[in-house]
Design a protein around this ligand. Structure first.
Ligand SMILES: NC(=O)c1ccc[n+]([C@@H]2O[C@H](COP(=O)([O-])OP(=O)(O)OC[C@H]3O[C@@H](n4cnc5c(N)ncnc54)[C@H](O)[C@@H]3O)[C@@H](O)[C@H]2O)c1
Length: 480
């Protein structure tokens, strides 16, 4: 049986929950993150009926209100453009609405304790929030219906965005893999050889009888080759009802995701990123790829993982240099999000960065616009890496690239923050080779580099063309 789609990619995102769970406020914020139109069902009902809900209840009765509510819900859910819709607390009473939710939406239940909900809305103008006992009884009655429509639960805005992308962030989540990998079919576990030796057994134990095959790929970037991919294609035995599970850093999730996109013309996969780069960036968003000689990520596919499981406790075994690579992406994400995410404890850093990347990628799954912002600093970083013959750690290159982007953006405070947190050291590479690589960067058009800059933190601008002399000066400031 085909797996139910467990994300909001290309479908409506519906927020369900009891009165006072905060669906409207959260829905507006989530819609802004996903670049979607927000629809508040109660406001639509009032507009269609030409009366406030309290007035509808008192003049025409609850049944009449429910009829209008159902008609509006079905209209909204039948629309082709995916929206974020906050359902009224009682909208799930309609069986037709529940059916539409099942077939056309990804529904997230916004959890709230009834006592908290009562504090927020008890005694207000809401017709069903007048007496506390009746309010609690209604909550008990409706909970099974909410559970029935819910594809996922979430406590807050970040939780909704993560759930909408199928991303699960939790310390200790690796031990829950058996439940977190969607469905109950067979699993082929593919792990980075080094990571397999450290965390492989835990993953296998958690997957239990579902784990019918285990494979290893070389450690790090060496996994992203046509030869490794061919070996995987030949070795894999799972059928189309099986799931590939990738355990390792971004290199592993990139190659295994591509194997999943192509094995038997595409099977579902779950990413279990084990590096900081993987958890805050590479494992999320459905871009998969391998390298060709001299051309990184030259062949690949968009293939969204059915689930991404980020367990920050796995990072305790990560070598320091790899942590620094990840920290550079955390700083990049913080600059894009407009919050100093690098100051958070690591598990919160992972959750916040994963949320940010998930939101941007849901907004632009095929990399046609907003996703460009994720290249902040990367045009310079790629050029330095190429000029250094890829002997430069990616994190150091990104740190330098961020410096250049911030200097060109005219943001001295943020430039200083990057200097303090990442302490980037200038590199010794050939200046002309680095400049030639800037022009060759795939974001360049007709030889003119197109940059991502910040108007201010949290306000990126992409596709920016600057005078060549300015870009070259910024590049040369990074070179010793
Ligand atoms: N698909 C995307 O959207 C995307 C985004 C960013 C980066 N990437 C790709 O990700 C790759 C870089 O990922 P990366 O930085 O995770 O590198 P990586 O996968 O090469 O791993 C780096 C090293 O860390 C080790 N490691 C990983 N997890 C560990 C753990 N928990 N404990 C001990 N060692 C561990 C690995 O064995 C390896 O030696 C690049 O190929 C890049 O192109 C992809």
């Amino acid at each position: 049986m085909a797996l139910r789609q467990l994300n909001a990619l290309g479908r409506h995102l519906a927020l369900a929950g009891f009165m006072g769970s905060g669906k409207t406020t959260a829905g507006e914020a989530v819609a802004a993150r996903l670049g979607r139109r927000f629809v508040d069902l109660d406001r639509e009902v009032e507009a269609r009926a030409g009366a406030a809900i309290a007035e509808l209840f008192s003049t025409r009765g609850e049944a009449a209100f429910r009829q209008v509510e159902e008609a509006v819900a079905l209209d909204v859910l039948s629309g082709g453009e995916p929206v974020v819709v906050a359902l009224g607390g009682g909208a799930v009473l309609s069986e037709q609405t529940r059916q539409h939710l099942a077939s056309r939406a990804f529904t997230v239940l916004l959890d709230v304790e009834p006592e908290v909900a009562w504090q927020r809305v008890g005694g207000t103008e809401r017709p069903l929030a007048q007496a506390e006992d009746a309010f609690h009884a209604l909550h008990r009655d409706r909970q099974p219906l909410y559970e029935a429509v819910a594809d996922a639960h979430a406590p807050d805005v970040d939780g909704i965005v993560l759930a909408s992308a199928g991303v699960h962030v939790e310390v200790g989540a690796i031990d829950e893999l058996g439940e977190l990998v969607p469905g109950d079919g067979s699993v082929a576990l593919v792990a980075d050889r080094h990571v397999s030796g450290i965390h492989g057994i835990r993953a296998q134990v958690a997957l239990g009888a579902r784990d019918v095959e285990q494979h290893e790929v070389p450690t790090g970037e060496a996994a992203k080759t046509p030869a490794v991919l061919e070996r995987l294609w030949t070795a894999l035995r799972i059928g189309r009802d099986g799931t590939l599970v990738a355990l390792g850093g971004g290199s592993t999730t990139d190659v295994v995701g591509f194997a999943a996109a192509t094995h038997m013309r595409g099977v579902p996969w779950t990413a279990v990123p084990t590096s900081l780069v993987g958890q805050v960036d590479a494992g999320i968003g459905g871009k998969t790829a391998i390298d060709l000689p001299g051309a990184k990520n030259a062949v690949g596919a968009f293939h969204w993982p059915v689930r991404v499981v980020c367990d920050p406790s796995l990072l305790t075994t990560l070598p320091e240099e790899e942590r620094l690579n990840g920290l550079a992406e955390v700083v990049k994400t913080g600059l894009l999000a407009g919050r100093p995410l690098w100051e958070l404890p690591e598990p919160e850093q992972v959750r916040a960065c994963a949320t940010f990347k998930a939101g941007v990628c849901l907004q632009d799954p095929r990399d046609r616009g907003p996703r460009n912002q994720l290249n902040l600093g990367h045009t310079f970083a790629h050029a330095l890496e190429a000029a250094a013959g890829y002997a430069l750690p990616h994190g150091r290159a990104v740190a330098l690239g961020l410096l250049a982007a911030l200097r060109l953006s005219g943001l001295p405070d943020e430039t200083r923050a990057v200097e303090e947190v990442l302490s980037p050291e200038r590199v010794r590479v050939d200046r002309d080779a680095a400049w030639a690589a800037v022009a060759r960067d795939k974001k360049a058009e007709r030889g003119a580099p197109r940059l991502v800059l910040l108007d201010r933190p949290g306000r990126p601008r992409w596709g920016v063309e600057l005078p060549e002399a300015d870009v070259r000066r910024a590049l040369e400031e990074l070179i010793a």
